[in-house]
Design a protein around this ligand. Structure first.
Ligand SMILES: [Cu+2]
Length: 136
């Protein structure tokens, strides 16, 4: 009888957790992305809309990379190389070898954005990830 009660409690706990969907308020606002062997260690990240989200970008490679986040039109400009050299824009981060940089962005629209390293061949090699902005 005791065992049956414990099983019932465990099932109830499982059902309760399964019903809990992550609201935007519960999503992380501090995210670390590590680059190693020319890959991002996370490629699908959910973030909340309308609040500052801080990204810590760690380049563990002996070569340069970059972390550029935006929509398709933004990436099309970077692929074509018509965008100016990256300055201090918070969505365009240059990452020298073995560097760590932090940037904070507030996303004001829901939906997916892509982060890509636009160094030659890096996108094709797989340096691509998606940030999904979730409304609150
Ligand atoms: Cu790269």
């Amino acid at each position: 009888m005791i065992v049956r009660t414990i099983v019932a409690l465990a099932l109830a706990a499982l059902a309760a957790s399964a019903c809990t969907t992550a609201s935007a308020a519960q999503l992380p606002t501090h995210i670390a992305i590590r680059i190693h062997y020319s890959h991002f260690d996370q490629t699908k990240i959910d973030v909340p809309m309308g609040v500052p989200v801080t990204f810590t970008l760690v380049n563990d490679d002996p070569i340069d990379h970059e972390w550029l986040i935006g929509d398709e039109a933004f990436h099309a400009r970077h692929r074509a190389g018509t965008e100016a050299v990256h300055g201090d824009r918070p969505n365009e981060i240059s990452l020298p070898p073995f560097s760590i940089k932090t940037t904070t962005l507030t996303f004001d629209r829901p939906g997916p954005l892509t982060f890509i390293c636009h160094f030659p061949q890096h996108e094709a090699y797989g340096m691509v990830g998606v940030v999904m902005v979730k409304p609150g």
